[in-house]
Design a protein around this ligand. Structure first.
Ligand code: XIL
Length: 540
């Protein structure tokens, strides 16, 4: 055989594609390395999976199962596994330069999670595994190409595997699993064109654990295209120790509580006029004005901040609605031209569902209440940017669907300008991909993105008694990741990245959850933590 033919045969055997950088594992079209490369693991029938097979035309691979059940959680799970052939090509490469690429199709069923597991070592036994997850978020999801940096596997969702990294020289297999959570029934997930891609030109920036921060640097000056915000209260803005840091580091503020309904709306007099107390909210607005800071208004309507008289309101639903209109109008009008943006409604969608939370506003004003409130705010200040704000939008896929259905509805009437993702997160949850794809949902709609209440818990299980160096670095890595994602939002759609408090001991987390935690950028002595350094580094 001529050397040329030997080369050709070798290339075909290895499934090497035309592109020198891309090592195709399988495209399924010609049979390729199928069926030998695919192996089954686990008891598929146990999870309702009926078949795994090449599609009828043999062009891709698919998992078929029964569809959603009424269990409301995981309804199907399965693994399909293939060997990575071109091991040799990876020898000596850095994980930063190697990508796993594949086409996946959720068949129109958002909420499907594809689990991708990278395995080093040839056998099922005794090898290292790391996870990465991809969630289909688009309302009408179909074929999508996903590309994952091998180094990302180490930072993946719930790094329950003790290995942070696997040995690239030993990468042997990829397992693909599918988790199906509650939501619309679905039948099939398909895979195609699984490839390893080597991109020698890629350099990945990483958080530097030992970076020294110059004291002259400030968060707000480092962030070029968006505000860096801080949650404040009236006492702290008057405390010189706090005010100095606020002024140095931040160019936007949010009232942690002072602009909530319970702080402003005090009752109703005998004539039916609303009684307001503007002391706290004015103090915050005055501070921002005096220091040239942006003000984000939080929040006009929240089920968790309702004065008692309103909860017990004896009037008719119509009277209730009128009262809410008056309230929203009064607050927005008072701060017209001063408050740049408002969280009009906070947390309207119930956890783990796509349904409205059955709040007093919902009960009294109907399913249209959110729309009505946005309209009142719009009427009162045409220039103010109006946001829908919520938590869990990154990982609670049902809630995410519900919230974005609401957002779409508001968009249809031109009533909304942005989405606030609260970002009360953990050092290891949600995943980078979940944060990224949730952010994309707003950007795709050409809406502003606000990361509105960032804090990063390290002790949500309550096991830690003190803040360890290890946790401090893990937290910093997460902050680096979050700020990196925010910083790469196109300028037209980025607004502010707001942190929910200054010092660890100021945070609402410990009193609320009952565990000690250290979720912020400054320690209790106003010292900058590693998380602060990570924030700055991600902006470089
Ligand atoms: C919290 C404040 O931080 C606490 O001080 C207060 O007791 C309760 O509210 N989601 C929101 C914020 O939108 O307004 C909440 O703030 C935290 C959760």
């Amino acid at each position: 055989m001529s050397p040329f033919l030997v080369m050709l045969c070798l290339a075909v055997q290895l499934g090497v594609s035309q592109d020198k950088e891309e090592y195709l594992v399988t495209d399924f079209d010609s049979g390729g390395i199928l069926p030998n490369a695919w192996q089954s693991f686990g008891d598929l029938a146990n999870y309702g999976v009926q078949q795994r097979n090449a599609s009828s035309d043999g062009k891709y691979y698919e998992l078929v199962w029964n569809g959603a059940t009424d269990k409301g959680y995981l309804v199907a799970q399965s693994d399909i596994t293939f060997r990575l052939i071109p091991k040799k090509k990876l020898k000596g490469k850095s994980m930063d330069n190697v990508f796993l690429k594949m086409d996946v199709n959720c068949g129109g069923a958002p909420g499907t999670v594809v689990n991708i597991v990278l395995v080093d070592g040839p056998n099922d036994c005794c090898s290292n595994e790391v996870n990465w997850q991809y969630t289909f978020t688009k309302t009408n999801c179909g074929w999508e190409t996903i590309e994952i940096n091998l180094a990302e596997f180490g930072y993946a969702y719930n790094p329950s595997n003790h290995e942070k990294y696997i040995n690239i020289n030993k990468v042997g297999r990829v397992k693909v699993g599918v988790d199906v959570f509650s939501g619309p029934a679905r039948q099939i997930v398909q895979f195609d064109n699984v490839a390893l891609v080597v991109k020698d030109s890629v350099t990945v920036k990483r958080y530097d654990e030992n970076a020294i921060i110059a004291d002259t640097t400030a968060l707000k000056t480092q962030a070029k295209d968006f505000f860096v915000g801080m949650a404040v209260n009236p006492t702290r803005v008057q405390d010189p120790k706090y005010a100095t840091v606020y002024k140095k580091e931040f160019n936007s503020i949010t009232a942690e509580n002072a602009m909530k309904m319970k702080s402003i709306l005090k009752g109703m007099d005998a004539q039916g006029n609303l009684i307001y107390d503007w002391t706290q909210s004015d103090a915050i607005v005055d501070f921002a004005e005096a220091n040239g800071m942006n003000i984000h208004g939080h929040t006009l309507i929240w089920y968790n901040s309702i004065p008692d008289f309103l909860n017990d309101f004896k009037g008719t639903d119509q009277e209730f609605e009128l009262l809410i209109e008056k309230y929203v109008t009064a607050v927005v009008s008072r701060y017209k031209g001063k408050v740049d943006s408002w969280d009009v409604v906070n947390e309207a969608i119930d956890e783990g569902t796509s349904e409205f939370r059955k709040s007093v506003f919902y009960e009294r004003m109907g399913a249209d209440y959110v729309k009505k409130c946005f309209q009142y705010a719009r009427n009162a200040d045409k220039e103010a940017k109006l946001f829908y704000n919520d938590y869990g939008l990154m990982y609670d896929t049902d809630k995410q669907r519900g919230a974005f259905a609401l957002v779409d509805d508001l968009m249809a009437d031109n009533l909304i300008d942005g989405v606030g993702y609260q970002m009360h997160i953990d050092f290891n949850f949600p995943s980078k991909q979940e944060i990224q794809s949730a952010t994309d949902l707003a950007v795709e709609r050409k809406l502003l993105v606000h990361f509105s209440e960032l804090d990063v818990k390290v002790n949500s299980k309550g096991k830690l008694k003190e803040f360890t160096v290890d946790k401090m670095q893990e937290q910093a890595k997460k902050v680096y990741e979050v700020v990196g994602i925010y910083n790469s939002i196109p300028k037209a759609y980025s607004y502010a990245l707001t942190i929910w408090g200054l010092k660890d001991d100021d945070s609402w987390i410990t009193p609320t959850y009952g565990f000690p935690d250290w979720p912020l950028l400054f320690d209790s002595d106003f010292g900058k933590k590693k998380a602060y350094s990570a924030f700055l580094q991600a902006l470089e």
